[in-house]
Design a protein around this ligand. Structure first.
Ligand SMILES: Nc1nc2c(ncn2[C@@H]2O[C@H](COP(=O)(O)OP(=O)(O)OP(=O)(O)O)[C@@H](O)[C@H]2O)c(=O)[nH]1
Ligand SMILES: [Mg+2]
Length: 233
């Protein structure tokens, strides 16, 4: 059984080594696929170095059409090509602790997709900035109203997919930015895949810079509407 942790990275040089080690030691036999957009801080060089001696560590270096969305789509495609049975999507900044992967794996036996959830019993959000709390809660409400999504944590980017799910949806994905997280939820609902939420404690990024800008949040609201009305981002 092949499990691949697909991690998009941009300027995560200070976090990536620890992330890779934590995935490799998470308690199940998982491989790591880092999808980097030529990070100026040299994240990919660190990964390249590790991959030379560890066959479980892979680097997908992207040189064109940079962005979290395109990187995610390419990473999903690559993981499917590598014939992973289960694909875990997670951030490379330490927010998504790999220790939950065994729990995801247990849970996915009963569904198609497991969502790491901050907002169910046992889950927690360490991100104490008021802006992030408000954004998460408003997006949740907004998504349930506009898209009819009933997930408690629909904006979580820490998820495990069965390969068949990604094979079905990957061709539909068009988002160039973090909106891909919501776009995926839209298609999961459209194709009626079964979901389960698994409690996670979301940690603040270990170090490095956030790439989230307020403008992204405003655009987000419009993108959800567009997705609903036109069926595509
Ligand atoms: N390949 C690639 N990865 C990206 C890009 N933008 C962000 N990422 C990665 O996507 C993951 C999520 O991005 P973050 O910057 O942590 O976004 P966030 O979690 O909303 O914000 P903070 O945690 O507050 O910084 C991280 O692993 C980033 O390094 C990009 O343009 N290309
Ligand atoms: Mg983050």
């Amino acid at each position: 059984m092949k499990i691949i942790a697909m991690i998009p990275t941009y300027n995560e040089a200070t976090n990536i080594k620890q992330m890779i080690e934590d995935v490799l030691n998470c308690g199940v036999d998982a491989e790591v696929l880092i999808v980097d957009d030529m990070s100026p801080d040299g994240t990919y060089k660190i990964v390249e170095e590790i991959s030379k001696t560890n066959p479980k560590v892979h680097l997908l270096l992207r040189k064109e059409k940079k962005g979290r969305g395109y990187a995610g789509k390419d990473g999903f495609k690559k993981a499917v090509e590598m014939n992973a049975e289960y694909i875990v999507e997670m951030d490379g900044d330490g927010s998504h602790a790999p220790k939950y992967i065994p729990g995801f794996l247990e849970t996915i036996k009963e569904c198609d997709v497991v969502i790491g959830s901050r907002y169910i019993e046992g889950g927690k959000d360490e991100n104490r900035t008021l802006l992030r709390q408000v954004v998460s809660n408003l997006s949740k409400l907004y998504l349930s109203i506009v898209l009819g999504v009933k997930i408690k944590d629909p904006t979580s980017g820490y998820r495990m997919f069965k390969k068949e799910v990604l094979e079905k949806i990957v061709g539909d994905l068009k988002a160039n930015d973090p909106f891909i997280v919501t776009e995926v939820v839209y298609y999961l609902k459209k194709y009626k895949f079964t979901l389960k939420e698994y409690p996670i404690e979301f940690l603040s990024r270990m170090s490095g810079q956030s790439k989230l800008h307020p403008w992204t949040l405003i655009k987000y609201l419009f993108k959800v509407l567009k997705l609903k009305i036109t069926g595509s981002v």
